[in-house]
Ligand binder design. Structure first.
Ligand code: ZN
Length: 269
């Protein structure tokens, strides 16, 4: 948490005209500054910035806000990230992690584990002819497999578990990441078995969970990681990291499934 006082101070020190001028060429026009809107395509300036009010507004597309919303939208950042960036810009030191370094370490460990698991699944796909055939039959190219980091989970109860244990992770880590399940008898086993694996990225492109699809008609067709401290289903959207990249048209197409999303990207949409 960043305190309201600090947020206010960061805002005051970062004049909106100066900040936006670093990205958009502005020209003084009366009391305001005008420029070409960075959020829609235009040839005559309709993007207005007010130093008095410390806000911007585009009369073409309607985008409007303050210095924080500008940075969030322009750089695809979350609110805390935008505050941090602007604080750094004026040398204000904000310590996010006061008293929460333990939590931060846990997160970092989970990210590391997810990355290792994704790499493991990706390598298993390389070795599985049936899984590769399944994807090529569905028209998925090698390039797409690499771009989306698609993988395969071996038809085994503990192949992944043993692999990740050798990498130095504990069962507890793997349970926290939702990768393994503890049986009633107290044994651990792999959650994903004999499935095509879709790593789920957050909007910053980090692996936070996995989706697994069967190769045949068995049930359930799709299996996802459970909610974990990284994987929050209500606030994440698969493929958002790719859709945000360089998307200044601010048009998004939302589809239902992993394969729908991947297929559209493969077609350049
Ligand atoms: Zn605009």
């Amino acid at each position: 948490m960043i305190s309201e006082d600090v947020i206010q101070k960061v805002k005051e020190e970062n004049d909106i005209v100066d900040v936006i001028s670093e990205s958009v060429k502005l020209k003084k026009s009366g009391r305001n500054y005008m420029g070409l809107c960075p959020f829609h395509h235009e040839k005559t300036p309709s993007f207005s910035v007010s130093r008095d009010k410390q806000i911007y507004k585009c009369f073409g597309c309607g985008e409007a806000g303050n210095v924080f919303t500008f940075i969030m939208k322009y750089k695809n950042l979350s609110f805390p990230e935008a505050v941090k960036l602007l604080a750094d810009r004026v040398n204000i030191d904000i310590d996010f992690d006061k008293g929460s370094s333990h939590r931060k370490n846990t997160f970092q460990k989970l990210y590391k584990l997810n990355t290792s698991a994704a790499r493991y699944f990706f390598n298993c796909l390389k070795k599985s002819e049936s899984a590769r055939n399944y994807l090529s039959n569905r028209g998925i190219t090698e390039n797409t497999i690499r771009r989306f980091g698609l993988g395969y989970s071996v038809d085994s109860w503990n192949h992944m578990l043993n692999f990740l244990k050798n990498e130095g992770f504990t069962e507890l880590d793997m349970v926290s990441a939702g990768l393994i399940i503890k049986s009633q008898k107290g044994n651990y086993y792999d959650r994903f078995r004999n499935r095509i694996i879709f790593p789920v990225f957050n909007s910053r492109g980090k692996v936070i969970g996995f989706g697994g699809r069967v190769l045949d008609n068995s049930k359930p067709k799709y299996l996802n990681s459970p909610e974990t401290s990284l994987f929050k289903k209500g606030t994440n959207l698969y493929g958002l990291n790719f859709a945000l990249k360089g998307n200044f048209s601010r048009v998004l197409i939302i589809v239902e499934g992993y394969m729908d999303c991947i297929s559209l990207h493969q077609c350049g949409i």
